[in-house]
Design a binder for this molecule. Structure first.
Ligand SMILES: Cc1cc2nc3c(=O)[nH]c(=O)nc-3n(C[C@H](O)[C@H](O)[C@H](O)COP(=O)(O)OP(=O)(O)OC[C@H]3O[C@@H](n4cnc5c(N)ncnc54)[C@H](O)[C@@H]3O)c2cc1C
Length: 384
């Protein structure tokens, strides 16, 4: 594996870094309009790093995405400005692989152009699907001219104000879930689609549209609303979620690096007990531990990205990355808060916001415990 970045990629990385520093971070205090930032990103030639070139993106592969997404992730607004934020990023990826020409025109094109937003509705309130997706309860039943969907979803990020949902629904209850679940493209203005509420959460300012609780109440859709093949929902969910875990890691590494940078800047200036904080060994150890975890995170994600780009199966690696990076990012932000003392819990720096926002990363896209279970199963089966 060659770790050398091409000169073009280094130049692009530096352009993204400059854009985040000069345009995005100054807009963090509520002054930023995402559309304005997106226009500026287009002018800077850095819009849509992962989007196909035919839709105005840069068409980059997974390794290059690692490098750029981390820079974008230095601000929670950065991925929105470059249009590589969840959940639209993962949904665009899924649509680009499976949408019919008609679905591409209706959903993918306006989504890529930033004219509409989307959400992904898999999780259900108990007793439905959460950590265990085979517990899905939402049902699509065959009716004249299409399907009728009934059920309840929640935590669909971005639901409020989105134009459509990609919903994971049982379409054939007579077979096991991995063969009987399908994905449906559901317009949010269809009769029977009801956004009950955006579930209030800690953090919650990481993107527009909240985390929606949705009722599908006798919602009718035609056959043309099926995304991909009927019964392929689980397979496609893996195709969506496996790289999406990596891109989450890439963005969060940017937040972690910025947190460490803020902590180091404070430690270099602030004095206590006759010397700078940075001269105290226990502070140095915290800084070293964060640097070690960031380095390990980068290498891990880069290796998985490299395998993904070659077309290899990276389910195992993406689980490893998800657990390690989600937990490391939380520790790195926590150490940064500690080093900054009272300032760290104030709203004068973004650390407290990062701290609140990062906690959910250990839960969504599979809680750490579930990924550990999967990793252990894989190694027990294959090694020793
Ligand atoms: C901010 C946020 C955004 C989200 N966005 C989306 C979205 O856009 N679309 C969507 O569909 N979902 C979304 N989710 C939902 C998320 O994917 C689920 O929360 C996750 O899959 C876990 O399901 P659950 O919350 O029902 O937890 P439960 O299934 O109730 O599990 C609770 C806890 O039990 C433990 N646990 C579970 N299984 C095991 C096991 N095998 N061994 C040991 N311990 C275990 C874990 O600690 C877990 O956290 C989001 C969640 C959050 C917090």
């Amino acid at each position: 594996m060659d770790f050398e970045l091409s000169p073009e990629l280094v130049q692009l990385r530096d352009r993204v870094a400059a854009f985040i520093r000069d345009e995005v971070i100054p807009a963090e205090n509520g002054a930023g309009d995402i559309q304005v930032l997106r226009d500026k990103a287009r002018q800077a030639g850095i819009y849509g790093p992962q989007l196909p070139a035919e839709y105005g993106g840069l068409g980059l592969g997974t390794v290059a995405m690692c490098v750029l997404f981390e820079q974008a992730g230095r601000s929670l607004l950065g991925p929105l400005a470059l249009h590589c934020a969840a959940p639209d990023e993962g949904n665009m990826h899924l649509l680009s692989l499976y949408a019919t020409p008609e679905q591409r025109e209706r959903y993918l094109r306006p989504l890529v152009e930033g004219k509409i937003r989307s959400c992904f509705a898999m999780t259900e309130p108990p007793p439905g699907a959460g950590s265990d997706p085979t517990m899905l309860l939402t049902r699509a039943t065959r009716v004249d001219g299409g399907w009728e969907i009934n059920g309840r979803k929640w935590f669909a990020t971005g639901a409020e104000g989105s134009a459509f949902a990609i919903a994971m629904v049982i379409s054939d209850p007579s077979v096991p879930a991995h063969k009987g679940v399908s994905m449906f493209l559901v317009p949010t203005d269809a009769p029977g689609f009801r956004l009950i509420r955006s579930v209030p959460t800690m953090g919650g300012h990481g993107g527009p549209g909240g985390h929606g609780e949705i009722d599908f109440d006798h919602l009718r859709v035609p056959d043309s609303a099926i995304l991909g093949k009927l019964g392929d929902g689980f397979k496609m969910a893996q195709v969506r979620l496996t790289p999406a875990r990596l891109t989450h890691c890439m963005r969060w590494m940017g937040v972690a690096q910025r947190s460490l940078d803020i902590a180091m800047a404070y430690a270099r200036e602030r004095e206590a007990f006759g010397k700078k904080l940075a001269q105290h060994q226990s502070i140095q150890w915290m800084i070293a531990d964060s640097e070690i975890e960031l380095h390990a995170s980068r290498l891990m994600v880069m290796q998985a990205a490299w395998k993904h780009e070659r077309g290899d199966d990276i389910r195992h690696e993406s689980s490893i990355c998800k657990v390690f990076v989600a937990e490391a990012v939380n520790r790195i932000i926590d150490r940064a808060v500690q080093i900054c003392g009272a300032l760290g819990v104030s709203t004068d720096t973004p650390l407290e916001h990062f701290y609140r926002e990062a906690r959910a990363f250990r839960i969504y896209d599979g809680p750490s415990e579930v990924h550990r279970m999967v990793i252990a199963r894989n190694v027990l089966r294959s090694k020793g």
